[in-house]
Design a binder for this molecule. Structure first.
Ligand code: 13P
Length: 288
């Protein structure tokens, strides 16, 4: 199975009432762990990179080559899409050139007319090359790549406007937040999600900030049209936790415990286990 666009896997998930996990990658090990986990869980996957993470890894071409090479070298059989997360107009165009199979153009900080015009242009360019597109209406709470948004609720009428442009899947703010959820978080706003789902006429929806949302809320969101769930923070937390335990136990000082292949192993195993757990929770396990 080669690299694919995210369109078919998301449409199938939408029809089958489950969601495709979209795991953010941060480096080589992250990518290996995600691929290992989805192959084990027999789940289709979207591997995504923010613009900041891509810069950290050496640029869009580097990311595209790394994910493709690992996919081939590991003999991955499940469908894999490589997606740009929260892309700018220029970033989305660059990723289309660099070999990504899917891009997000996040025009949620523009007024709706400008968001629409820019979204339309990206959709035209991407679709002419068989690349899927995600757009966004209404900000997602929290901070990502230095941009902070208050998690406004998306306007269903604006969602319909962008959905009607032919976008493949749509991110809409429904009280979700990037990063750790605060203890007093009000939960997802299902009333608004329901209104958006009705307004967009069966267009698959994307849930950003998928880390730490209770699984009963995840299941309800899927029943209301969510077919892609983004997870980044949760993988970072389990990696950091396992690595801290290894170092605090003095394991790096025993033998060659400082070798990065040993030092990073517990964190990597924790990422794999978390990805498998989330594939099961999102219902995508066994669907490849
Ligand atoms: P979390 O970091 O909260 O999991 O959010 C990921 C995300 O939505 C990426 O766009």
């Amino acid at each position: 199975m080669a690299f694919v666009s995210a369109k078919d896997m998301i449409n199938k998930a939408h029809e089958g009432h489950y969601a495709i996990p979209a795991f953010n990658t941060n480096n080589l090990e992250w990518t290996q762990c995600i691929l290992k986990a989805v192959e084990q869980a027999k789940s289709p996957v979207i591997i995504q990179s923010s613009e900041g993470a891509a810069k950290y890894m050496g640029g869009y071409k580097m990311v595209a080559k790394m994910v493709k090479e690992l996919h081939d070298a590991m003999g991955i059989t499940v469908p894999v899409a490589l997606h740009l997360d929260h892309g700018t107009f220029e970033g989305a165009k660059a990723c289309i050139e660099a070999g990504f199979t899917s891009v997000m153009f996040d025009g949620s900080h523009y007024d709706i007319d400008e968001n629409m015009a820019k979204s339309k242009e990206i959709i035209e360019i991407a679709h002419s090359q068989g690349i899927s597109v995600e757009c966004e209406v209404g900000g997602i709470g929290g901070t990502e790549d230095g941009v902070t948004s208050n998690g406004e609720l998306a306007d269903p009428a604006e969602c319909k406007t962008i959905a009607d442009l032919g976008v493949d899947f749509l991110a809409a703010g429904i009280g979700n937040i990037h990063g750790k959820y605060p203890a007093d978080w009000a939960g997802l706003n299902f009333e608004r999600l329901n209104e958006i789902n009705e307004a967009v006429n069966g267009k698959p929806l994307v849930l950003h900030g998928g880390s730490g949302i209770p699984f009963d809320q995840v299941a309800k969101a899927i029943s209301l049209g969510v077919s892609k769930i983004n997870v980044n923070t949760e993988l970072q937390l389990v990696f950091a936790d396992a690595t801290r335990k290894y170092i605090e136990a003095g394991m790096d000082l025993e033998g060659k415990g400082y070798d990065p292949r040993k030092l990073l192993k517990p964190g990597c195993e924790a990422i794999v286990a978390k990805c498998v757990e989330l594939c099961e929770a999102f219902g995508s396990a066994g669907k490849a």
